[in-house]
Design a protein around this ligand. Structure first.
Ligand code: MRU
Length: 358
């Protein structure tokens, strides 16, 4: 049984005028508001400000944004405008490779449409963005199917950040696995890290779990070790923003600490992500660019002043869980096990073959 969520993070309204509709994640859980982006610059801004967030959802939003760019700026040489659109979207956030993967697909679709009329080329880009969206929804279902058997029939599962419908085009990656296991009747208790500084766990994962009626408990990030020590967590599962060729996985800041805690407590630590998150050009985690965000996110979260003005702040948005701490990487193609250098390559190849219809 495939779970459903009723949550749509990104929606394309063909118009005219063409709109990229985003569920404004900055407002959650307080209010469910949608931001209608009539211009691609608004989509770029929404990615930068985390109005839309989560690696796959960023890629989907950027894909629609690139298509919208070519509709909103029809004058000028098509390939030049496409190059400009791709470059501008690529400059929005640096870590989630799904963004660049989606932009590359849009670029390739534009090249493939060469020789056609402007209207047909614009339609080809809209079609590619819709395909990226639909593919991701299917990836989530497949990740859930492959990952659910790894979770215990009964017990606690820790997750970090938000990896659900808000972060993807479907039921989610790590949260999609939990959802699928829950729908299969497994008696899981979800432990949700609040995920400082932007509180994606507290604001978003808690909201999604409540909508699903899942048993879930929110903890501050620094409580995870205590809860593990009490024997309440049997598995941990998180998403990823970029997985290097050796399996080192970048995800929301705090993930590295969770992986170390799991190793100490002998709890399996899983990553769940589509193959679009695997970057074989990055040999290891050292090569993954880590976004640093504004200090005010740490000193003044949600508008509440937590620290004195002028205090020095370091605010990396992601960290890297080393491959040796990861029990398995769950993709839509199956579960990659160590040694990841070999198994991740196989997953990417299988995904390419599937897309090529082989
Ligand atoms: O800064 P964010 O909220 O975009 O970071 C999101 C995460 O780190 C998620 O865990 C990751 O993108 C996986 S989403 C399926």
């Amino acid at each position: 049984m495939t779970p459903t969520t009723g949550i749509t993070a990104v929606l394309w309204l063909p118009g005219p005028p063409p709109i990229v509709r985003l569920l404004d994640q900055r407002q959650l859980p307080g209010s469910e508001q949608y931001l209608d982006c009539a211009r691609p610059e608004q989509v770029m801004d929404a990615i930068k400000t985390l109005t839309v967030r989560g690696a796959p959802a960023i890629g989907i939003a950027a894909a629609y944004g690139v298509a919208q760019y070519l509709l909103v700026y029809p004058d000028g040489e098509f390939d030049d405008v496409l190059t400009q659109a791709c470059a501008r979207f690529a400059a929005t956030r640096p870590t989630a490779v799904n963004l660049f993967w989606a932009i590359d697909r849009m670029w390739a679709a534009g090249q493939h449409s060469a020789g056609k009329s402007l209207v047909d080329r614009q339609a080809a880009l809209v079609g590619e963005a819709q395909a990226i969206h639909a593919d991701d929804a299917q990836c989530c279902v497949d990740i859930g199917r492959h990952g659910a058997p790894l979770l215990p029939d009964k017990g606690g599962v820790l997750t970090h950040c938000n990896t659900g419908a808000l972060a993807t085009g479907g039921i989610g990656t790590a949260l999609g696995v939990i959802r699928t296991a829950h729908a299969q009747g497994k008696q899981l208790h979800v432990w949700m890290d609040e995920t400082r500084p932007l509180l994606q766990g507290a604001r978003l994962t808690a909201w999604e779990c409540a909508k699903d009626g899942m048993q879930a408990t929110l903890i501050c990030d620094n409580m995870a070790g205590h809860v593990m020590g009490k024997g309440l967590i049997q598995a941990a599962i998180v998403g990823a923003d970029r997985i290097a060729a050796n399996g080192d996985s970048a995800n929301k800041i705090g993930t590295y600490s969770v992986a170390i805690l799991c190793a100490y407590h002998k709890i399996p630590f899983y990553i769940a992500a589509p193959t679009s998150t695997i970057d074989l050009t990055c040999p290891d985690g050292q090569a993954i660019p880590i976004e640093e965000r504004h200090p005010s996110e740490v000193t003044c979260p949600q508008g509440a002043q937590f620290a004195p003005n002028g205090v020095a702040v370091f605010n990396p948005a992601f960290d890297v869980a080393p491959a040796e701490l990861i029990a398995g990487i769950i993709t839509e193609q199956g579960v990659a096990r160590p040694p990841f250098a070999e198994t991740l390559r196989q997953m990417v190849l299988a995904a390419q073959l599937r897309r090529d219809g082989c």
